[in-house]
Each structure stands twice: as C-alpha cells, then as structure tokens.
Design a protein. Structure first.
Length: 319
C-alpha cells in the first residue's frame, strides 16, 4: 500500500498536469499551496462518506482549519459532489479534484484512475455487513474465531472468511501467527458506516410511522423486549447531548405487534422510522456504532456535530 506522502505527491503531479494558470506546490507533508492559499492536507487513501462528514464536523467545530484538502486515491463523481456539498476540497491521484478557495475554483472529474489488480471488491451483501459489524463491536483489535463471528452475524463461515480476506486485501486487517487483527479501526468504522447506510439500511427499513399521541414523551415509552432506540434518541440516552426531533427504532417485531402497542400509526411522512433489528440483546439503545451511522445518515449539521461527539466518546480505538 502506498504511503500518504506517495499518494500526495502523485495527486499533486496529476493535478498540475491539468492546470495552466496556477499550480499546486507541496510545502510539507501536511500543507500544500495553490494560488497563494495554504491548505491543510487530510489523508484518506479510501475516501468514505462517513469520513467526509467527520472532517466537515471538525472544520465546523474549529478542530481543523477552514481550508482543508482531502487527499485520496480515487474520487468518483458522486464523491466529488459530497465533497462540494460539505464545503471541502479534495484531490485524487488521477487528477480529479474539487478546490473552492478565495479567488480560485477548480473542478475536474471523470479522469479514470488505475484499477487495483488482484483485490477482491469491497462490496458486501447484508451478511457481510453484519460480519463487519461484529468485527468492530467485539472487544479489542483481535478478530474473533470465524465460527464465533458466523454465529454472531448469522452468516456462514465462508462468508466470514470472504469478508476477512477482502479486508486484508485492502489493508484493513493484518494476519499474524497469533491470528487476525484490525489494522486501522477508525478507517474500518468509516467503511462500515458507508456500507451500512448505502447497502443495509434500505433493506432493513420496515415502516414509517407517527406517534398516535403527538405530545408523547418518548423517554417514558416502554417498548416490548428486544426493541431499541436508534439515531437521535439512542444518542441522547448515551450522552444527553442532542434533543431528538426524529425517532428511529430497531425491532424484531411484526407490524401487528408494533401496532398493538398503541403508540404509533402508519404515516409515510411521519417522524418515526422503524428498522429490522439485526442483533440480539435487550438494551434500550442500539450499539454506538449503529447510532453513529444513523446520525451520519441524517446529514444535517446538528446530527453531524452529535455524531462527532458520539464517535469521540464511544468509538475510539480504546473503547
């Protein structure tokens, strides 16, 4: 795998090949300059939606400076649009970019990059998403035995092996004589959140509802065992930071069982979203990893700020 310095060098050379009146120069490993404006480089070889949201929140909070440059291996048109919408800048090693700074606007897209050879595709089906979830929520950096992961994720051992082998291909997991280990947990969290929101969430969505009593106090609700709060409510239960405005629920229950609670009514535009639960416990709130993905999926500034706080508190490498 190429180093951050190699990726930055390749990206700047590729970009400059497409520029005429201005050029980008490298001042240090973390700073570049274009048209007199310095930008702080944020390296992310495999750029993900969750990473863009995290950087956006850190710029808004002042943790990162106003002008940052995401440096990555490849930028699709869709990813460039997300970068633009987030008010960020980005370049890749093919010369694609979005740079919007005072007096300079450069947007280049559609340049094909080098295709990785010999690597499995980082596209998992639902079972693979569940396997990766359990890899992340199990304690420690060492990965559990394949048969244990298969039981947790309700997947076959061959699916577990495919997931682990694919993650090794892409540098997320390391194999040693003592077993398999997570190499970069934060990057793996970004990968899972991206996969979950794009692949799994639409499949898990069951119904949209609204409260029967519009003045309901959600904190007084007692759901049947096995049903858990997601999103804003779950995050509030963890740290009390965000007063919920949307209500996400994970449940194994049927529509009839949910309706029998007398709490909700069907409403396609309602504020209550109900998902199929894909793990087994009786906790009142989903795991922080799921809550973080829910908040990232909301996408507004308030949710992204809450997501950033939740990640720092509950999803660090030592959690």
């Amino acid at each position: 795998m190429e180093t951050g310095e190699q990726i930055l060098n390749a990206a700047v050379i590729a970009l400059n090949a497409h520029l005429k009146s201005v050029k980008m120069t490298i001042e240090s490993e973390t700073v570049v300059n274009i048209d007199g404006q310095r930008l702080t480089c944020v390296m992310c070889p495999n750029l993900r939606t969750a990473f863009i949201s995290r950087v956006q929140a850190e710029v808004a909070s002042g943790k990162l400076p106003q002008f940052v440059l995401l440096v990555t291996m490849s930028l699709t048109r869709g990813m460039l649009e997300l970068v633009k919408a987030a008010g960020l800048n980005a370049i890749d090693t093919a010369g694609n970019c979005h740079i919007d700074i005072p007096s300079t606007l450069i947007h280049i897209e559609g340049i094909p990059g080098k295709r990785p050879t010999g690597k499995r595709s980082l596209q998992f089906r639902m079972a693979g998403v569940r396997v990766l979830y359990w890899i992340l929520v199990n304690n420690g950096m060492k990965i559990a035995p394949f048969h244990a992961l298969a039981l947790q994720a309700d997947a076959s051992t061959s699916t577990v092996k495919h997931v682990v082998d694919t993650l090794m291909d892409h540098g997320y997991i390391l194999r040693t004589e003592n077993g398999y280990f997570i190499k970069n947990r934060q990057a793996l969290i970004d990968l899972w959140v991206d996969m979950y929101n794009k692949t799994a969430r639409p499949r898990l969505l069951k119904w949209r509802m609204n409260w029967r009593d519009r003045d309901v106090d959600w904190q007084r609700i007692k759901w049947p065992d096995g049903t858990a709060w997601g999103g804003e409510c779950g995050a509030y239960l963890l740290n009390g930071y965000m007063t919920p405005g949307q209500y996400e629920i994970y449940t194994p229950l049927s529509m009839k069982e949910i309706m029998n609670t007398g709490l909700v009514v069907p409403d396609e535009t309602g504020c209550v979203t109900i998902y199929q639960k894909f793990w087994n416990d009786d906790a009142d709130a989903a795991n922080p990893l799921v809550l973080y993905a829910d908040l990232i999926n909301q996408g507004d500034g308030r949710s992204l700020e809450a997501a950033n706080i939740l990640r720092n508190e509950a999803l660090g490498d030592n959690q």
